[in-house]
Structure formats: C-alpha cells, structure tokens
Design a protein. Structure first.
Length: 319
C-alpha cells in the first residue's frame, strides 16, 4: 500500500470498516463500487442478520445484472435504440457459453459482409450493407454487455473491440469506394479522408484522456457542463453532437441505403469534422484551466505513439 505502515486497527466498528479506514489513512483508499439496489452489510447480531437477509431476498439480482450490463453514460442511439434489446442478446449468449471475444468476432464478420455488399455498387447491395452494418453495431454493443453481465473482462477483449471497430469502419469505407467505382465515380479520396479523420480523432481522444484525467475539483468546463446537465435535452444533444460510434454508424447505414457513396462520405466528413472542432474547443478550455498533466502521462503517450523499431533506430542517428 502507498503511504506507510498501517497502524493497529481501532477497536470500534466492524473489522472490514476499520481496515478500510486504515487503508484510506495510509494513502491507499479501497475502491467503493456503487451498489445501487444491491445490499452489502456486515450484521453484528441475529436481528441485523435477519433484516439483511430479508433485504437481500427483496432484490431482483437478475434485473440488476441486466441493468448493470449497459453503460450508464452512452450515446442516444446506443441507449435508446440498441441497449433496450441488446442486453437480452448478451444474456442469451452468456447462457449458451459464448464469450465476449466470439461476439466481437461475429460483429467483425458481419461488418465485412456489409462492406462486400456495398462493393457491389447495386442498390440492393447498398440497402443490405446498411442493414448489416446496424446488425454489426448491435453485436458490438452486445459484446461489452456480455462482458459486464458475465463478469468476463480481459485486456485482449478490450484490444480486440477497439481494433475491430476501426477495421469494420474502414473496410466499409473501402466497400463504398469500390461500389462507387462501378458507377465510374471515384470517391477514394473521400474514403481515405474519412479514415484519416477518424484515426486522428481517436488518437487525440486516447492521448487527451491519458494526459488529462477528469479533475475531481472540476473547473470552468466541468462547471458549465454541470449547469447544462440541469437542462435535460442538452445532455443528449451534447452526446450526439460529438458523433459517437452509434450515431456515426446509424448515419452511415441510413445514407448508404438511401443515397450514394459520395453523399454518404461527404456528409460523414462534414459531421465528423464539426464534431472534432466541438470536442477540440472543449478540450482547449479544459487544458487552459488545467494545473498540469497526469503522472505517467509521457510514458502513456509514448506507448500510444507505438513508434516501432525503425523509428527508434532513426532517433538514435545523430543529425
């Protein structure tokens, strides 16, 4: 534990509470999860034990597991159009022994088939591609919900989810470009622009969060966000305006089914560019008010750069 040696536990209170107090005083406070409707008590006598058992029996743990499988802060599309039923898909997978990584792989394969349909350049192909892209997103939501429902987290799973998300999206852009080429419309520059813009946004997201963790004391940006949260509709508007994956894939799927690849990519670039400007403005405001970077931020950013052996060797060459 950080800080120093633990003192002898105080005499008053349950042992668990006393140890938690000592750990906090030593500089290593234990994590206190949000219980919600769950019950966690240390009864000290038979009456308290009976009362605690009655409260435990009154909780529908299955309903709690289903609710907990869904992220509390997600985009409008994910929260209202996907999660109400994808959580049941996650439970179905858990009861049949499927793993989150298997669902992640199924999402990737579905998106690749969608990209292949878009590459046909036919209207039926574009419509099918849009439907399959939405199906892929449902599976993409279900894999994380399955991990939370079954408590099957892994570093590999998180890496696969993030990597496959980018692979699915960029493969679909390539499919749109191939489909447009069948009608003698060259949109490869737009497709590559969408890939580059998406890559830059994600790298900036990861880098900023590593260098500037949320401040517990808040700041001007957090204070403004708190005031806006009191106006209900602004919460969803601000979550949608940054164009998270749910809103982005819904936009791509609908435009693919109803319009042309060129229209789809142009609208996507405009929307993603506006979202990037919006998030950059907010981060600049946070950075100006920040008192420094997080401990270990340089090492974390170096890891994100992933320069590789060639870049490291070139850095050692004297100029």
């Amino acid at each position: 534990a950080a800080g120093g040696p633990l003192a002898a536990p105080p005499e008053a209170g349950p042992t668990v509470d006393r140890l938690a107090t000592l750990l906090a005083e030593a500089g290593a406070p234990p994590h206190r999860p949000e219980l919600g409707t769950l019950v966690a008590e240390v009864p000290l006598d038979e009456a308290a034990r009976a009362e605690a058992a009655e409260r435990v029996a009154a909780v529908d743990e299955e309903a709690v597991r289903l609710r907990s499988a869904v992220k509390s802060r997600d985009g409008f599309t994910t929260t209202h159009l996907v999660s109400p039923y994808s959580r049941y898909l996650a439970r179905w997978c858990a009861r049949r022994g499927y793993t989150p990584n298997q669902v992640t792989t199924a999402s990737l394969l579905t998106a690749l088939v969608a990209a292949g349909c878009a590459a046909t350049g036919e209207r039926w192909g574009f419509v099918t591609a849009g439907v399959l892209l939405l199906a892929s997103f449902v599976l993409d939501c279900a894999d994380g919900q399955l991990a939370r429902y079954a408590l099957r987290y892994s570093t590999l799973g998180a890496w696969l989810d993030a990597t496959f998300d980018r692979a699915k999206e960029y493969a679909f852009y390539a499919g749109l470009a191939l489909g447009a080429a069948r009608s003698d419309d060259d949109v490869w520059a737009l497709a590559l622009g969408a890939m580059i813009l998406g890559t830059c946004r994600h790298i900036v997201d990861f880098a900023f969060n590593e260098a500037h963790p949320p401040s517990p004391s808040g700041g001007a940006a957090n204070a403004l966000s708190g005031r806006l949260d009191r106006i209900g509709w602004t919460v969803w508007a601000r979550r949608m305006i940054v164009l998270p994956i749910g809103e982005r894939w819904l936009l791509i799927a609908v435009l693919t089914a109803l319009t042309t690849p060129r229209t789809t990519l142009v609208v996507l670039l405009v929307a993603a560019g506006f979202a990037g400007c919006y998030t950059t403005a907010g981060r600049l405001l946070r950075s100006l008010r920040s008192r420094g970077t997080a401990p270990g931020a340089p090492e974390a950013l170096a890891g994100l750069a992933d320069s590789g052996p060639l870049a490291l060797a070139a850095a050692r060459v004297p100029l």
